[in-house]
Ligand binder design. Structure first.
Ligand code: FES
Length: 105
């Protein structure tokens, strides 16, 4: 799988990930800016907020209730496409596109 991270300034970082890893883990492992992930993926920080691009919206299951609640506490206000990237698991051969917000804290 690949993940394209589009930063707030429009710059793109494309990385190869592994099935089973999250979009957050893939960013952290590759030093992609724009995702902080203070809690390490335990759904308690909301600093892994991303906007999932329209072409990738169908690649992930819907939000669980706790993720939905946590999205009310993001630094940049949530939008319809908002997800917490620690909850977005890559599967084989997907090409994911996400945008990172202006700030996470
Ligand atoms: Fe903390 Fe996703 S890494 S909620």
């Amino acid at each position: 799988p690949t993940v394209t991270y589009v930063a707030y300034d429009g710059s793109e970082t494309i990385v190869n990930g592994f099935a089973g890893d999250s979009v957050m883990e893939t960013a952290v492992r590759n030093g992609v800016p724009g995702i902080v992930a203070e809690c390490g993926g335990s759904l308690s920080c909301a600093t892994c907020h991303v906007f999932v691009c329209a072409d990738s919206a169908g690649l992930f299951p819907p939000r669980a209730d706790l993720e939905d609640d946590m999205l009310d506490g993001t630094a940049v206000d949530r939008e319809e496409s908002s997800r917490l990237s620690c909850q977005l698991k890559l599967t084989d051969d997907v090409a994911v596109h996400v945008q990172t917000p202006e700030t996470q804290v």
